[in-house]
Design a protein around this ligand. Structure first.
Ligand code: FAD
Length: 655
């Protein structure tokens, strides 16, 4: 296992063995503790009223209910009082919801989500979910395709687990009401995408994620043990330390409708907060994907891995090439699924010259990283802003049946894809790295599990195979259940929840000052995104990465100084500032990881080390930051465990 001591704030303290799923990973951990004498008297364990909103289905407007369990909103008697649950789930995409539906069989569940419940990467997934469902296909073949795409950096055990358990996870989804396309023979229609050697993509036209999200939210709505807290922004995990072990006890979350902070206490917590696409200015990810989970976990001393592997999707819709330009800049780029290339779509430059065969013998069916780099190269060489993806040579009926959503979106802007090519450009799409997880989603923090895009399970290695991420989320959400239930049943009662300083909304600052802070924060966000695009994009070099490291560091320092000059305090939070510090954190993790990989592999291509080096076929590991160098952006909430459960209490949990 390679080690990288990555950003300026990350430094090695004492070395310890990390035991993740019995696979011991040698690594350093910090043992420093921060004490904060901030006691509040407003928490009362007898006060178990909570404020929640039940959600119907993703398509209907959320509304308040009263009365029955099914349609319940218990009024917010005291938002300040801690809310107790057996299980906390941060995120309501496929990973969070699937886990919630399993653990609810064992206890109460709070799903905390920062926007509307359906707003997630999951909801935008087009292509589908891969699984071995055809008799002529095999687990070995799926494994092989995954590892080839992952440039042999994948963890073979993880790949085997995911490919083996995948088919059952799909069958469960169908049993829960998800409806996928069927062929004329009545069997599931299995599509094929780049990098897959078989037809194995289960899909619902080109809106697969939306169908999965709909089915899961409906099931959650019918489950009396699950409460969804929408518009609740998870700020920081509440952790404690006992010798070398760190424990997670819950999370503070800002209700962005009331601007009050709620403290959620849970016996087991699943982090399922998705990716970090918004560290780049052009991304297919919705606005919620700001890397909050990765940053939160990093601050809480979780081990992070493989952050250099950012997948750029080669074909996002290039708005500037549309006959009618959208009046407003989109917050997330519209994806043109790779299935268009799988169905025979051909890439051209603006002179209608087909270019992919010049770069790879698989032409348009080459893996995403190669296609993205080829488009990037064409655009740079020709000084063009977008390339063209043409599917119009295929029968009109087939195009409209396979890509109804894409056809409709393009038509809104005057483009008939059955007649003319689609303007496309690469966009940040998927984070292969994340919080290091074992085979059951466990992390180095006891009681904290991860699943979905926030996790680095070892499945994707250096590059994600198309349609493997929904699958990974389903498999790991399920695998995290058993250890979570065990942890939940052994967790002691906490007797002091006030040791963690309460974050506060900056009510004491004048509105004009907060406006000023928010406005500067928006500018800084754009500046960070353009640094990342320019210096940490599809093609990298050591010089450009070092430049990025310096610029990001300076920008963060300047931004923090600006905040504090305006009267900001270390306990203050609002959504804009929290997202900004999380974006900074993720950007720095990407840059540092990229600098430490001195080879080109999968999604990480650097001009200075353009070849694969067998001796460097190891994941990048980022160990916790040193508390000694903490700024507001990197501070954490960590206490001695005995402060919370008492000196004699036992808290011996292993899976
Ligand atoms: C356009 C697009 C197309 C894709 N197509 C495919 C495909 O065809 N096949 C495939 O396998 N994969 C696809 N992917 C990737 C796949 O959709 C994601 O990897 C997967 O959905 C991730 O699921 P998740 O549950 O981990 O995270 P998400 O679905 O992103 O959910 C994260 C949740 O966490 C919440 N959250 C985030 N931060 C906070 C916070 N601070 N506090 C509270 N809540 C928070 C969000 O609001 C959201 O509810 C696609 C992705 C995109 C963007």
């Amino acid at each position: 296992m390679s080690t990288s001591f990555l950003n300026r704030n990350s430094s090695l303290h004492c070395s310890t063995n990390l035991s993740i799923n019995g696979r011991h990973r040698q690594g350093p951990m910090t043992c420093n503790i921060i004490f904060r004498k901030h006691l509040q008297s407003d928490t009362s364990r007898s006060f178990r009223f909570f404020c929640c909103r039940r959600y119907d289905t993703f398509n209907t407007a959320a509304h308040h209910f009263s009365g029955s369990k099914q349609n319940l909103i218990v009024s917010c008697v005291r938002e300040n009082a801690p809310k107790y649950f057996d299980f906390l789930v941060i995120g309501s995409g496929v990973a969070g919801l699937r886990y919630a539906l399993e653990v609810s069989k064992y206890g109460s569940v709070a799903v905390i989500t920062k926007a509307e419940p359906h707003e997630s990467n999951t909801n935008y997934a087009q292509g589908g979910v891969s699984a071995v469902l055809c008799p002529s296909d095999s687990v070995e073949s799926h494994m092989h395709d995954t590892m080839v795409a992952g440039a042999y950096l994948c963890d073979e055990e993880t790949v085997r687990v995911v490919c083996t358990e995948g088919p059952d996870r799909i069958k469960e989804l169908i049993a829960m009401g998800a409806s996928f396309d069927h062929g004329e023979d009545g069997q599931l229609h299995l599509a094929r995408e780049g990098g897959h050697s078989h037809h194995r993509i289960v899909h619902a036209a080109d809106m697969t994620g939306r169908e999965i999200e709909r089915a899961l939210l409906k099931a959650v709505d019918d489950d009396p043990n699950i409460s969804i807290f929408e518009h609740h922004f998870a700020i920081d995990l509440l952790t404690s330390q006992d010798h070398e072990e760190i424990y997670c006890h819950g999370v503070d979350a800002l209700n962005s409708e009331t601007q009050k902070v709620s403290r959620f206490i849970g016996k087991a917590t699943l982090l399922a907060s998705g990716g970090a696409g918004h560290i780049y200015p052009l991304t297919t990810n919705p606005l919620v994907s700001t890397g909050d989970g990765i940053a939160m976990a990093h601050r809480a001393q979780a081990v992070i891995s493989n952050m250099e592997f950012v997948q750029f999707h080669p074909t996002a819709l290039a708005d500037e090439g549309l006959p009618i330009k959208p009046t407003m800049k989109r917050t997330n780029a519209f994806l043109i699924t790779e299935a268009v290339r799988g169905d025979g779509g051909i890439l051209y430059n603006q002179s209608m010259q087909r270019f992919m065969p010049l770069y790879d013998e698989r032409a348009e069916l080459a893996p995403r990283d190669i296609v993205a780099r080829s488009i990037d190269d064409q655009l740079k060489k020709r000084g063009e802003k977008y390339a063209l993806l043409d599917i119009s040579h295929k029968p009109r009926g087939q195009i409209l049946a396979h890509f109804p959503n894409i056809a409709l979106e393009c038509l809104r802007f005057g483009l008939d894809i059955t007649q003319a090519p689609i303007p496309v450009v690469p966009a940040a799409h998927y984070m292969c790295g994340g919080v290091l997880a074992g085979l059951h989603g466990e992390t180095n923090i006891k009681g904290l599990y991860v699943a979905g895009e926030v996790a680095c399970t070892g499945l994707h290695g250096a590059n994600r195979l198309a349609s493997n991420s929904l699958l990974e989320a389903l498999v790991f959400a399920r695998r995290a259940v058993q250890p979570s239930v065990k942890h939940m049943s052994l967790s002691p009662v906490l007797n002091d929840l006030n040791i963690w300083a309460r974050p506060v909304f900056p009510e004491s600052l004048k509105d004009c000052i907060v406006d000023d802070i928010n406005s500067r924060t928006r500018e800084v966000r754009e500046e960070l995104q353009s640094v990342m695009w320019e210096y940490v994009g599809i093609v990298r070099s050591t010089g450009r990465l070092k430049n990025a490291e310096q610029k990001v560091g300076e920008l963060e320092e300047e931004w923090e100084k600006f905040l504090f000059r305006r009267g900001w305090k270390t306990t203050m939070i609002n959504r804009e500032a929290c997202e900004m510090r999380n974006l900074f954190c993720c950007a720095k993790l990407v840059v540092s990881s990229a600098l430490s990989r001195r080879e080109s592999r999968g999604l990480h291509f650097t001009e200075d080390f353009p070849h694969v080096e067998e001796s460097r076929r190891k994941p990048t590991i980022i160990f916790p930051a040193s508390p000694g160098t903490h700024t507001w952006s990197t501070q954490q909430k960590l206490f001695f465990l005995y402060y919370i459960i008492g000196n004699d209490a036992k808290f011996d949990i292993s899976i």
